[in-house]
Design a protein around this ligand. Structure first.
Ligand SMILES: Nc1nc2c(ncn2[C@@H]2O[C@H](COP(=O)(O)OP(=O)(O)OP(=O)(O)O)[C@@H](O)[C@H]2O)c(=O)[nH]1
Ligand SMILES: [Mg+2]
Length: 260
């Protein structure tokens, strides 16, 4: 019996959410990968949908708005008073993507130098790294590469999905914003990150952004499961039967010829 409540209706993702800027997107396809869609329809997503939880870390300079970003999405709340994060904090968010349950563990880390050493011990095992900068503070954009380096020290750089997020869009005039966006897109391209700009005060793009993160992380996980399973059908139960000559026996009636 499942002890978890059903996924909230406003966390259901049926279609691939689109990128923010085409020139700095992880991919520009309009829909989920066909193999992923078929696997979801046939409930062959392996550990995804059962116990797989993807870890997401949010890093960036102090006071750029990391905590506000997470709170806007998870609690639909905004606090105008700054309260520094000491070490780390985390929130769990449950989604349903193409009918499959999928969870993100969102780690909110401290940007203040004196708390950074505690926070960095929690960077390990991240599938997604979100680097936040403040669109009204050019220096915070300048520190993006340092944050990336720190985050990748603890993770496999080839396995991490990267996002660069400009925060506090509401505080910037269109002219100021478009200036910094050009620089941000350039950096995003150089570090292979997908670029977004959001406002936690107004909520602009916040839900769209996290839906995109969840969808791309989900897609990557299902593709990895499909690859891992190789010729074996994922979703099948693997039994080890000592009385059988066959070490691996699929629970499905139809077995591959090598097991007959
Ligand atoms: N106008 C506006 N202010 C924002 C926005 N996001 C955050 N702020 C403000 O910026 C300040 C810092 O926000 P936090 O979310 O606490 O910053 P942080 O990155 O978590 O800071 P650390 O925990 O110290 O690393 C607060 O006063 C927020 O109210 C936004 O989208 N618009
Ligand atoms: Mg914080």
């Amino acid at each position: 019996m499942s002890v978890l409540p059903p996924v909230r209706r406003d966390r259901v993702i049926a279609q691939l959410p689109q990128y923010f800027r085409k020139e700095a997107a992880q991919h520009t396809k309009e829909d989920f990968n066909n193999k992923v869609k078929t696997a979801c329809q046939e409930q062959r997503t392996g550990t995804v949908g059962r116990f797989k939880i993807s870890k997401v870390i949010v890093v960036g300079d102090l006071a750029v708005g990391k905590t506000c970003l997470i709170n806007r999405f998870c609690k639909d709340a905004f606090d105008k008073n700054y309260k520094a994060t000491i070490g780390v904090d985390f929130e769990m968010e449950r989604f349903e993507v193409l009918g499959v349950p999928f969870s993100l563990q969102l780690w909110d880390t401290a940007g203040q130098e004196r708390f950074k050493c505690i926070a960095s011990t929690y960077y390990r095992g991240a599938q997604v790294v979100i680097i936040a900068f403040d669109v009204t503070d050019v220096a915070s954009l300048g520190h993006v590469r340092q944050w990336l380096e720190d985050a990748l020290k603890e993770n496999d750089p080839t396995a991490v999905q990267l996002f660069l997020v400009g925060t506090k869009k509401d505080l910037s005039s269109p002219a100021q914003y478009s200036q910094i966006e050009q620089d941000a897109i350039k950096i995003a391209q150089e570090i292979s990150a997908e670029y977004w700009a959001v406002s936690s005060l107004t909520g602009e793009n916040v839900k769209e952004f996290f839906f995109r993160v969840a969808s791309l992380a989900f897609e990557t996980n299902v593709l990895a499961e499909l690859e891992k399973s190789g010729s074996r059908q994922i979703g099948d139960v693997v039994r080890i039967n000592s009385t059988s000559n066959n070490l691996y026996t699929s629970s499905k009636k139809k077995q591959p010829s090598c097991c007959q």
